[in-house]
Design a protein around this ligand. Structure first.
Ligand SMILES: Nc1nc2c([nH]c(=O)n2[C@H]2C[C@H](O)[C@@H](COP(=O)(O)OP(=O)(O)OP(=O)(O)O)O2)c(=O)[nH]1
Ligand SMILES: [Mg+2]
Length: 333
């Protein structure tokens, strides 16, 4: 990268660079006045025929992603669009190529979308998106549209902290918008842990937040809550340890663990540490490049963890993450 010339303000966020050989695909999330999302069905005789996708296509050499998306939506749907915010960029490794699926919101459009290439179209309520058969890289995109973009991992009460102090901190995290919580309680005895969990479950239910118990499958099942598997537990699992309707997540550090998590039917995974953190002393962090190298080998939603907070969600999304998971970053106001 060339340094900024003296006297000029530093440039904004560096633009992500496609790895050599990657196919850059841009696609748009088009939402109508009733909140329905437009999907198009891939036509017969092409790769992934019959699967549903967000309309879009490949960026051509010399073209900006924005121009490519506008062109694709004109060619495929006959609409003129105004682009909105980036939603996410999913790096994905297929058996034949390295793909970057770059998905943008569409702020407004002119015209009525029609299948100009013979493709079927469907306007889908967001909650029904998971029922459509879509290419693997779309799974994290659908999750980004439907699920929380941050996940709190609780710290245990500090020395001398009462349960009431801990619960008040949980309540304020929920008031700040936390909707997914992993209950992690290292070093706290079972009876106190159970008491804290029972109260945490009440607070989370009142806030409409999902709660997953770290490690303790029995406690998760007894309380009808979700389960989070630390990597060592994940590696011991031969079958999904909780019912299909109970949320399941896992911590993963390599591609093998991610594939295991996906095969077990985990709803999402946590991958990191992206940056160094006090909870993992001596670990320099995998960085965003390391995160992407794992992300591209799996299709389940993945939160990035390690030295991250809500300010990092947009960056996390640009590397294919569902968002961020954090202990301190989401516990302290
Ligand atoms: N448009 C789109 N493509 C997707 C999605 N998910 C996904 O894996 N892909 C893949 C399928 C293809 O391998 C690639 C897009 O290539 P494409 O062949 O449809 O590209 P295009 O519209 O430019 O069509 P073509 O002129 O190259 O035939 O990206 C998605 O949601 N939307
Ligand atoms: Mg296309």
């Amino acid at each position: 990268m060339t340094p900024d010339p003296p006297g000029h303000p530093p440039s904004a966020l560096p633009q992500p660079v496609d790895p050599p050989g990657a196919t850059h695909v841009v696609a748009g999330v088009i939402v109508d006045a009733r909140g329905r999302v437009l999907l198009a069905r891939r036509t017969a005789g092409r790769e992934l025929a019959g699967l549903w996708e967000f309309p879009g296509g490949k960026v051509e050499p010399g073209e900006t992603p924005e121009a490519a998306l506008a062109r694709e939506l004109d060619e495929e749907l006959g609409i003129e669009v105004e682009l909105g915010d980036p939603l996410m960029v999913v790096p994905h490794l297929t058996p034949t190529r390295r793909l970057r699926l770059d998905v943008r919101g569409i702020r407004a459009w002119r015209g009525t979308p029609k299948g100009y290439e013979g493709q079927a179209l469907a306007w889908v309520q967001p909650g029904a998106l998971p029922r459509y058969d879509m290419p693997d890289p779309d799974r994290p995109v659908v999750a980004a549209l439907l699920q929380p973009d941050h996940c709190l991992v609780t710290p245990p009460p500090g020395p001398g902290d009462s349960d009431a102090t801990w619960l008040a901190a949980l309540e304020s995290a929920l008031a700040r918008g936390v909707r997914r919580v992993q209950f992690r309680m290292p070093g706290i005895d079972r009876s106190r842990r159970q008491q804290l969990l029972a109260n945490a479950a009440l607070h989370c239910a009142a806030a409409g937040a999902q709660l997953l118990v770290n490690g303790d499958a029995r406690l998760a099942c007894e309380s009808g809550l979700g389960l989070h598997l630390p990597a060592a537990r994940l590696r011991e699992c031969r079958a999904r340890p909780v019912a299909d309707d109970q949320p399941l997540s896992a911590s993963c550090h390599d591609a093998e663990e991610l594939k295991l998590a996906q095969a077990l039917g985990c709803d999402f995974a946590l991958v990191g540490p992206v940056h160094p953190t006090p909870t993992h002393p001596g670990h320099g962090g995998i960085g965003w490049a390391g995160f992407e190298a794992l992300r591209e080998q799996a299709s389940l939603p993945i939160y990035a963890i390690g030295g991250l907070g809500v300010d990092d969600i947009a960056a996390a999304r640009s590397h294919g993450a569902q968002g961020i998971a954090a202990i301190r970053g989401l516990w302290e106001a």
